[in-house]
Design a protein around this ligand. Structure first.
Ligand SMILES: [Zn+2]
Length: 198
């Protein structure tokens, strides 16, 4: 596995619409391996292939485990859930929207408040070429929307009209998360508690 260089937002490549993957080749498998390694090394929770310079519709998302309410405090941490999705596409999107705070590995130094569908059903292919369909809400739904946007050349900042809804963060802080959802009732907007730490 190789950590690949991240493409930053001033690069026109990020505005390119990525191509659909027709066949799962060894190159695609290698790309996914490298994307996972790159995401983890940068403490990201999601990555699209275009962010490492490959215009193919491939996304990886790793959802840090959140302790279950029924777990007692001494319970061992739950393993995080890794999603690999090829040709991601939304089958359903809730009408209900939700605001949340997002950052992006390709937009270092900034986070912003973005409105997203609260619930989605995303479909695509896994690495074996099998059709998959995932229902997600809240934070996971947000990350899927953020990453699928990348496949269409869209960045989270494109969803923000109000300049007050985007603000700088300390270098490295935005890297905690590709997309971080604010927790209702939490006053700390850039709270990293929802992005998990590894
Ligand atoms: Zn991003």
């Amino acid at each position: 596995m190789t950590v690949l260089p991240i493409v930053y937002s001033d690069d026109p490549l990020l505005r390119k619409r990525s191509h659909a993957v027709r066949r799962i080749t060894p190159e695609i498998r290698q790309l996914v391996d490298d994307m996972i390694e790159t995401m983890r090394t940068n403490n990201g929770i999601g990555l699209a292939a275009i962010q490492v310079g490959v215009p193919q519709r491939v996304i990886v998302v790793e959802m840090p485990s959140e302790p279950d309410e029924e777990d007692d405090e001494d319970a061992p941490p739950r393993p995080s859930q890794l999603y690999v999705l090829i040709n991601p596409e939304f089958a359903r999107q809730s009408r209900q929207m939700e605001d949340g705070i997002e950052g992006c590995l390709s937009v270092p130094g900034f986070v912003g408040e973005v409105s997203r569908h609260q619930r989605v059903t995303i479909k695509g292919m896994d690495l074996r070429g099998k059709a998959v369909r995932i229902r997600a809400d809240g934070w996971l739904a947000r990350v899927f929307q953020h990453e699928t946007d990348h496949c269409n050349g869209v960045l989270f900042i494109d969803h923000i009209d109000d300049p007050e809804k985007i603000w700088p963060v300390a270098e490295g802080e935005e890297e905690l998360a590709e997309a971080t959802q604010s927790i209702p009732g939490h006053s700390d907007q850039t709270s990293s508690s929802s992005s998990g730490s590894r």
